[in-house]
Design a protein around this ligand. Structure first.
Ligand code: SF4
Length: 118
């Protein structure tokens, strides 16, 4: 992680209270539940998803301040050391819906590259 990215990350995470981190964990569990039991909901929601990943790494900082597999290129782009191997279900399907976007916005100032058509 380069210095500028680390600085932005720390400032964004500093806004999080313990209650905020617990809230983010409910989102992690929600995505896991949806992945295991509501695949049709995920498929329908992702049909309305537009955009592309900007590799900001915000969704890699929801369960913990920083996922152990997250790193940043010299140009500040996030990369996952497990991207081409086995990843958590939560990571594979993120973002499932606009609730996920709201949650990742709690740890990042810049917008996610994805959004959902209504
Ligand atoms: S928050 Fe959105 S843009 Fe950023 S890494 Fe995750 S999916 Fe990509």
């Amino acid at each position: 992680m380069n210095g500028e990215t680390l600085s932005r990350t720390c400032k964004a995470d500093a806004r999080l209270t313990a209650a905020g981190r617990i809230f983010l964990w409910t989102g992690v569990l929600r995505r896991l539940f949806l992945f295991c039991f509501r695949k049709k909901y995920i498929e329908a929601s992702i049909e309305t998803r537009t955009g592309e990943c900007l590799r900001c790494g915000a969704c890699c900082r929801l369960a913990f301040a920083k996922c152990m597999y997250l790193d940043f290129d010299c140009d500040g782009k996030a990369s996952c050391s497990r991207h081409t191997s086995v990843r958590m279900p939560n990571c594979v399907v993120f973002p499932i819906d606009s609730q996920d976007i709201k949650e990742r916005d709690l740890v990042a100032h810049s917008p996610c590259g994805f959004y959902f058509r209504k």
